[in-house]
Design a protein around this ligand. Structure first.
Ligand code: 5GP
Ligand code: MN
Length: 354
């Protein structure tokens, strides 16, 4: 140091008080970190993946080391890897044992971090960036806004607050999350469309991006999908008379077609009318992940929440162990209860999924 100069004041990341933060507060926490580990929820979707990759890229840009990971049991699906051309994602067993700042993207509850949940106990700071109304309040700091159409919209604000111009990879990652969580801009209104346009201007080319995201499936997927859909059942009296359409995917099929299975619930929804669609896929033998879609009435996030899961009024999920009939019975019961007792949720910016 030149004589007479004053050492720069250390960045006081401890100066951001715990609790809710705005984008500037989140940026301050990240700038003051000695290292950042960005996580998204297990079995990530494009919103979790896009948020984590775009944010970690921005953090690196301000000269703070950052990596991304997703807790097991499942690996990141191949098509989502197209959102990570710079290889920021590391395997869960390669993450720093004691991250300084842990960021949890698109995760409403600690359990959504899967095998990486214990990191919450060792990180100095945990910042949750999320848009679920079912957010449980975990973490030391949070930037949570249920009106945001996707978590990527919140990440976009943080990246701007960090003063980092978007590169093409970040624009693609953010666009992918925005597109999928709004159901292809069906939801989210003009703000989502404006953000989408900005991301296209920044280098996200939708045609090529969405082709890569849907991936390519083997010919065998057609037969598997036909079998799954042929096994679908409709229960007109369920959900207080609105009806329930459900189907199941066994463990072997769920494992083999991991990238394709999340799309099935859309087929069920297309024939569920004003009712509820539910896909139950066996994530490991005897363990089921139920993915639900509806109009928001009954509020599926409340239904899933009472069973230990979460989500949004029109798109929610839960994991349950046991025979599939028991899982279905639990869903039937909670759907009936919610249909009778539930207040109508505010569906203003209701995200479609993710
Ligand atoms: P998906 O059906 O696309 O997996 O998820 C729909 C919505 O429900 C997303 O917001 C997702 O984060 C949430 N969700 C899905 N599964 C679970 C779960 O097991 N627990 C919680 N808390 N939320 C879930
Ligand atoms: Mn989301």
């Amino acid at each position: 140091m030149t004589p007479g100069t004053v050492p720069a004041a250390p960045v006081a990341s401890g100066a951001v008080p715990p609790g809710p933060v705005d984008a500037a507060g989140a940026a301050e926490l990240l700038r003051g970190a000695s290292g950042v580990l960005v996580l998204g929820h297990v079995r990530p979707d494009a919103d979790a993946m896009g948020s984590a990759v775009a944010l970690a890229t921005a953090v690196r840009r301000v000269c703070v080391p950052a990596v991304v990971s997703f807790g097991g049991p499942d690996p990141v699906p191949g098509p989502l890897r197209t959102l990570d051309p710079d290889g920021l994602v590391v395997e869960p067993d390669e993450v720093p044992a004691r991250p300084d700042v842990l960021v949890c993207c698109d995760t409403s509850s600690p359990g959504r971090l899967g095998s990486l949940t214990p990191l919450l106990d060792v990180a100095r700071v945990t910042l949750v960036v999320d848009h679920h109304a079912s957010y449980t309040g975990f973490g030391t700091h949070n930037l949570v806004d249920p009106r945001a159409p996707a978590t990527v919209a919140l990440v976009h604000r943080v990246v701007a607050a960090l003063g980092v111009p978007l590169d093409t990879a970040q624009a693609r990652a953010l666009f992918a999350g925005l597109y999928t969580d709004t159901g292809g801009f069906r939801l989210g209104g003009a703000d989502a469309l404006r953000l989408g346009a900005e991301l296209v201007d920044a280098g996200a080319e939708p045609t090529e991006l969405l082709r890569g995201l849907s991936g390519t499936s083997s010919f065998g997927w057609l037969a598997a999908l036909a079998t799954i859909l042929a096994g679908a059942r409709r229960e007109p009296d369920a959900a207080g008379g609105l009806g329930l359409v459900w189907a199941t995917v066994d463990a072997a099929t769920a494992e083999r077609y991991r990238s394709e299975v999340p799309s099935i619930v859309g087929h069920l929804r297309a024939v569920a009318g004003d009712g509820v669609a539910a896909l139950l896929s066996e994530i490991s033998p005897g363990e089921w992940s139920a993915s639900m879609r509806g109009t928001g009435v009954p509020d599926l996030s409340a239904v899933a929440g009472r069973l230990g899961g979460g989500g949004h009024p029109g798109a929610a999920g839960v994991e349950r162990a046991g025979p599939v009939e028991d899982v279905l019975d639990a869903l039937r019961t909670e759907l009936a209860v919610q249909a009778v007792t539930g207040d109508e949720p505010d569906l203003g910016d209701e995200p479609d999924r993710g």
